[in-house]
Design a protein around this ligand. Structure first.
Ligand SMILES: [Zn+2]
Length: 226
C-alpha cells in the first residue's frame, strides 16, 4: 500500500509538471516549459515504487493458479501478506487458508523466501523449503482437509509435485521434497510446540497416511524399500 501511494505521488508530480506546460500555474501569465531531468527523475521513481507491488501481484496470480492445481482444481486465491496487512489479520502469526472461499494468506517473509527458492532451488536452505511446504500445506486446506496432521502429511507427499508445478527441475524438486521430509518434518518427531498438531508416525511410506500418489515425494523410497 505504501509503495503504491508513493508511486501515485510521483505520478501526480508528473501530471502537475505536464499540466504546467499547458495551463499557466496560479500567479503566472504563461505556461512553463517542462524541465526534462525533473520529469525523467519522477518517472523513474514512480516506476521504481510501482515495481514491487506489481511483482508481488504477478507472483500471487502465479501461485493462485498452481495452488488451484494442487487443490484438485478447487479455486485458490493466494495473497502474499505484508506487515501492514498483518495489522488487520486475526491470525497474523501463521499462514492460513479458508477452504470455503479458497483464500490463502501467506505471512511475511514466506512469499519472499519462496521467490528466493525459485531463483536457486538447487541451493535451497531449510527456510526456503519451509516456504515451499507452507504453500503446499495451505493448498491442501483449500482441497478440503482441516486436520493439521493430515494436511501436513498430504503436503509432504505433494511437495515434489508442487515444486515441479512452480518450475523446479524434476531431480531438484525430488531432492528438495525429500530434504523437507527427512529434515523439518522428521525434526517434529523430537517434540516441540508444533509436534502434536502437525506430526504423525503414520505419515510415512506404506503407512496409514500414505496416499500412494503416482508422483509422491516418497516414490523413490517406496521403490527402493518395498
Ligand atoms: Zn494448516
Amino acid at each position: 500500500m505504501v509503495w503504491i501511494l508513493t508511486s501515485l505521488f510521483f505520478c501526480w508530480l508528473i501530471f502537475r509538471e505536464i499540466r504546467g506546460s499547458i495551463v499557466p500555474r496560479q500567479g503566472y501569465d504563461q505556461p512553463e516549459s517542462i524541465y526534462k531531468p525533473y520529469l525523467f527523475s519522477c518517472l523513474i521513481l514512480a516506476m521504481s515504487f510501482a515495481w514491487p507491488p506489481y511483482h508481488y501481484w504477478r507472483f500471487e496470480r502465479f501461485l493462485s493458479a498452481k495452488a488451484t492445481e494442487l487443490a484438485d482444481f478447487n479455486p485458490a486465491k493466494v495473497h502474499c501478506s505484508t506487515a501492514f496487512d498483518s495489522i488487520f489479520d486475526r491470525e497474523p502469526t501463521f499462514s492460513h487458508a479458508n477452504p470455503t472461499n479458497g483464500e490463502i494468506v501467506i505471512q511475511p517473509p514466506l512469499c519472499a523466501r519462496l521467490m528466493d527458492y525459485l531463483d536457486h532451488p538447487d541451493r535451497a536452505n531449510p527456510y526456503e523449503l519451509h516456504s515451499l511446504n507452507t504453500f503446499t500445506h495451505e493448498s491442501m486446506h483449500v482441497r478440503g482437509e482441516l486436520n493439521e496432521a493430515k494436511t501436513e502429511c498430504e503436503a509432504v507427499q505433494r511437495n515434489y509435485r508442487a515444486a515441479k508445478l512452480l518450475g523446479v527441475p524434476d531431480h531438484v524438486a525430488r531432492k528438495n521434497a525429500l530434504e523437507y521430509y527427512y529434515g523439518s518434518y522428521m525434526n517434529l518427531k523430537a517434540g516441540g510446540p508444533n509436534a502434536v498438531r502437525y506430526f504423525s508416525e503414520e505419515c510415512a511410506p506404506g503407512k496409514e497416511m500414505d496416499e500412494h500418489l503416482s508422483d509422491s515425494t516418497w516414490m523413490t523410497i517406496e521403490a527402493s524399500e518395498y
